[in-house]
Design a protein around this ligand. Structure first.
Ligand code: ADP
Length: 320
């Protein structure tokens, strides 16, 4: 039995721990593993190598992905997918494991629909935007990176008596903002999933000032309905010239050594993936619900709708 593995889409801390788990799990059960470089792009370019136990030594703690990742427009149409399938067949690959986000999993599902190739999706993305799993691999590390930044910025905001808008990643999903903002004691959190009221934000900031609070932190997801620069300009004007700074965290949230939680999630889902391959399952997305590792057919997983933010919003409404 020969298994192919690739990482695709945006990179996320913990992808390496996940590659390691799949490779070592496969070898443990007597299967061969071929590592495909640069996601679907490398699959189309026939850029792959046989992996051994030693190939994944000393990577559990590293951010990024040793297999590298890419976005691949050719794979988004059926002809490209059929070309990719030919390369899988040529190398005798009977099951393909993909580590990535929603787009990566949709590509894998289409490959399965067109060719019956056995495909397995592991949730590697910092965004936490996959509804079928409570957490994705990389999310916890990103939240902790953002949290550390909030702590540092809070110190300087406090010294200068400023309001600071901290923009974190999340185009459609505000989970990084929600979790880092909640843990970091932000005054206000603005996410794409929920409309916000500028009057309420101004009132809250003014009430804080009236109580003697010298600084405030607003955590805003990049995809929220207002840009950080516009928000800063509006707040400065509405609050009588109070200094409002904007800090955009950007790519620092993608890198870094994965947290214990991400490494363990990567290891558990990776091993479960290998077990599903052994059990003869044809396709699955693997994730975590509560503390249980779960799997669903890819089409079922990708049709689910995310609502976990509602519970976190409720807590923020009470505490912020
Ligand atoms: P992520 O996996 O992090 O969501 P992308 O959305 O960029 O990242 O997807 C990664 C790659 O997956 C794309 O470059 C493309 O090759 C493939 N992909 C995305 N969506 C589809 C789709 N609907 N059908 C086929 N392939 C897709």
């Amino acid at each position: 039995m020969r298994v192919g593995i690739l990482t695709s889409g945006g990179d996320a801390p913990g992808m390496n721990a996940c590659v390691r788990a799949v490779v070592r799990g496969c070898i443990y059960y007597g299967m061969e593993v071929i590592g495909i470089h640069q996601g679907y792009e490398g699959l189309l370019n026939d850029d792959m190598e046989m992996l051994q136990t030693s190939s994944v030594a000393d990577i559990i703690h590293r951010g990024g992905t040793i297999l590298q990742t890419a976005r691949c427009a050719r794979f988004e149409n059926d002809e490209g997918i059929l070309d990719a399938y030919e390369n899988l067949r040529k190398h005798g690959i009977e099951a393909l494991v993909v580590i990535g986000g929603d787009g990566t999993m949709r590509g894998a599902l289409r490959l399965h629909e067109l060719t019956r190739m056995r495909v397995f999706g592991l949730p590697g993305t910092i965004d936490n935007d996959l509804a079928y799993t409570d957490f994705t691999i990389g999310f916890d590390t990103s939240v902790n990176t953002a949290l550390n930044a909030i702590g540092n910025i809070r110190d300087t905001s406090s010294s200068h008596g400023r309001t600071t808008i901290i923009e974190v990643m999340g185009r459609d999903c505000g989970d990084i903002a929600l979790h880092a903002g909640l843990a970091g004691g932000a005054e206000t959190i603005i996410i794409p999933e929920r409309p916000f009221d500028l009057d309420d934000i101004v009132k809250k900031l003014q009430a804080g000032r009236a109580r003697g609070k010298r600084h405030s932190i607003i955590v805003k997801a990049e995809g929220a309905a207002i840009s950080s620069a516009d928000l800063a300009a509006v707040l400065t004007e509405r609050m009588g010239g109070v200094e409002v700074k904007v800090v955009i965290l950007g790519y620092i949230q993608r890198g870094g050594s994965p947290t214990a939680r991400d490494r363990i999630l990567a290891s558990r889902t990776g091993v479960r993936c290998v077990e599903l391959i052994r059990e003869g399952v044809s396709n699955a997305a693997i994730g975590i619900k509560g503390d249980t590792i779960v799997d669903y057919p890819l089409s079922v997983a990708l049709a689910m709708e995310k609502d976990s933010h509602l519970e976190y919003q409720r807590i923020c409404d009470i505490l912020l």
